[in-house]
Design a protein around this ligand. Structure first.
Ligand code: ADP
Length: 561
């Protein structure tokens, strides 16, 4: 920058001043009416041909408003008199420029333009930087009074206010733009969310339709299966029966049937137990499965029902409810009754000839011993074993029949289970020749139980181990005390039981049917009796097994503390 003034035209605070100028974002901006207007007004007030709003940049002086100087947009900082006007506070005035030593070399003054008068008031920012001027120029010499100075200063302040205002509206516009941008982003996100929502809604619709379909299918299945349905609120015990259920209980569809009314229909000898089972199922979330007779409300007729249910805890935070189904099993029960009666009668009838046969065998035995007829003795021994088997079988049938009628009694006495196992050991030594049966460990444990019936369970498990494992293999019987239970186990090295059969073994008349078992006789009542006996003692019976490797049957009995 060539400086025509011969003095330093860079103020001490130039760096801050340039920053302030940048801050206003005005340098190089297009003309604006508000500034043009002040420039024209200033020229008119002072009756001069030229007035400028100038901004003193690093190299150039930029004219934000130009009244009277043609198309000029800027001039070099080293030539413009405004560069001098920003050097000090207050108005800089050259009444007769040609007489000013520092302006003699200035082309505006010395050249064709013929500048003779200049007055410039600095545009001072709120933080004290002179960023430009409001100036007036004349080609004639003029006088400039103090009052004129004050007016020009006042007008410069108006320009500065306008610059500040302009900046705040720029900032405001930017803020608005930012908000608008953010809104646009939010809008886009909303649109995307909306899309997602509508896709989710579509999926929901599909799921809903499927649900409705499966609900219809379920209802059809329930209808087909002649199932009654019920629903009990776990807290309030509010009871909702389906129409079918009302029908079972002898209520009309329009009749109200409360939980109490349903309970009252249960035959009195079962009532207390069922209420207890329902409470336990609700409190402990256990699966509920009960068969019981009800006395129908309308006609007092007896029906048997099977009820199953489960506690449902709503994931959505709703109230827990206990619900399930009910099936009329009256006919099935009648069939069972007939079968039980038949079994009971036949078994009973068979017992008499069997007792006589035993008697005859004994007589023949005595005779053969007297005659020292060893051939007959051994045949008679075999016949005796067969009749013993038959007696056990018939006793088993009688037990089942008694069980069904609730006539099996548990005659409890305190005894050491180790003693009972010793007896089994002696018995097995005498009767089992095909397998090696070991009885260890056997711990002394006092139980309060029906000694004969527990003996029957142990014998049954040992006999099964013999029946379902190969000759020559080992059977191990143990009795240990675990926590508050005596635990008896019978382990064999036999054919084993598949997982799907394991939990059905204890059902009445259940037999595993496969190639390995087809030649082994049985009726599937032994384990059923064991289960009932152990269960009635408050114990547990179960089996663990691996096909081909062997099985272990366990049962527990509470110990006497
Ligand atoms: P049964 O032996 O008269 O058929 P059970 O009630 O005693 O009746 O046994 C039911 C079924 O369980 C048997 O048919 C047999 O398939 C299976 N089972 C019982 N004990 C064993 C065992 N130790 N090993 C393999 N299978 C067994």
């Amino acid at each position: 920058m060539d400086n025509t003034f011969g003095i330093n035209i860079i103020p001490g605070n130039e760096v801050g001043r340039q920053k302030a100028l940048e801050r206003y974002q005005i340098l190089g901006s297009p003309p604006e009416n508000s500034f043009n207007h002040v420039a024209r007004l200033t020229a008119q007030i002072f009756k001069v041909p030229i007035s400028l709003v100038s901004l003193v940049g690093a190299e150039q002086v930029f004219f934000k408003a130009n009244f009277g100087m043609g198309n000029a947009k800027s001039s070099s900082r080293g030539q413009s008199l405004c560069s001098l006007a920003v050097l000090q506070p207050g108005v800089t005035v050259f009444e007769d420029a040609r007489k000013e030593p520092c302006l003699l070399a200035n082309p505006l003054v010395a050249g064709n333009f013929g500048l003779q008068f200049y007055a410039g008031a600095p545009l001072t920012t709120h933080d004290g930087y002179a960023i430009g001027t409001l100036c007036i120029i004349d080609k004639a010499v003029r006088k400039f009074s103090d009052q004129d100075r004050q007016v020009l200063e006042g007008l410069a302040k108006i320009v500065m206010d306008e610059i500040e205002l302009r900046l705040s509206s720029i900032n405001e516009a930017k803020k608005q733009q930012r908000i608008a941008d953010q809104l646009a982003t939010i809008n886009e996100e909303l649109l995307a969310t909306n899309d997602e929502l509508s896709r989710a809604q579509d999926k929901l619709l599909v799921v809903n339709n499927r649900l409705a379909e499966s609900e219809t299918m379920k209802n059809m299945a329930i209808e087909q299966a002649q199932l009654g349905m019920w629903h009990i609120d776990a807290i309030t015990r509010n009871f909702i029966p389906s129409n079918k259920l009302k029908e079972f209980f002898g209520y009309d569809l329009d009749d109200e049937m409360t939980y109490e009314a349903a309970i009252n229909c249960i035959r009195s000898d079962y009532r207390e137990k069922i209420v207890e089972e329902v409470n336990t199922a609700i409190q402990q979330g256990k699966y509920y499965h009960q068969e019981y007779p009800i006395i129908r409300n309308r006609d007092g007729k007896q029906k048997w029902v099977r009820a199953t249910g489960q506690l449902n805890i709503s994931k959505a935070g709703g109230a827990a409810y206990f619900s399930g189904t009910m099936l009329d099993i009256t006919e099935q029960k009648q069939d069972e009754q007939l079968k039980n009666d038949f079994i009971a009668i036949v078994s009973h009838e068979l017992k008499t000839p069997l007792t006589s046969m035993n008697g005859y065998l004994q007589m023949l035995g005595m005779q053969a011993r007297k005659n020292q007829d060893s051939m007959s003795l051994s045949t008679l021994d075999k016949a005796k074993k067969q009749t013993n088997k038959m007696t056990t079988m018939i006793n088993g049938f009688l037990d089942v029949a008694r069980l069904e009628e609730g006539k099996i009694y548990i005659d409890r006495k305190q005894f050491d289970i180790a003693g009972l196992i010793e007896e089994s050991e002696e018995e097995s030594l005498a009767t089992i020749t095909t397998h090696k049966v070991i009885f260890t460990p056997v711990e002394t444990t006092l139980v309060d139980a029906d000694r004969d019936k527990i003996g029957q369970v142990i014998t049954n498990l040992i006999n099964n181990a013999v029946k379902y494992s190969p000759e020559g293999s080992t059977i191990q019987v143990t009795c240990v005390t675990t926590e508050n239970n005596a635990q008896v186990s019978v382990q064999d090295e036999g054919m084993g039981i598949s997982p799907q059969d394991l939990n059905k073994l204890f059902d009445r008349f259940y037999r595993v049917e496969n190639r390995n078992t087809e030649k082994i006789n049985g009726f599937g009542i032994g384990l059923y009796l064991c289960y009932e006996i152990v269960n009635r003692h408050g114990g547990r019976i179960w089996a663990e097994s691996s096909v081909g490797l062997g099985s272990t049957f366990y049962f527990t009995l509470p110990v006497v503390i």
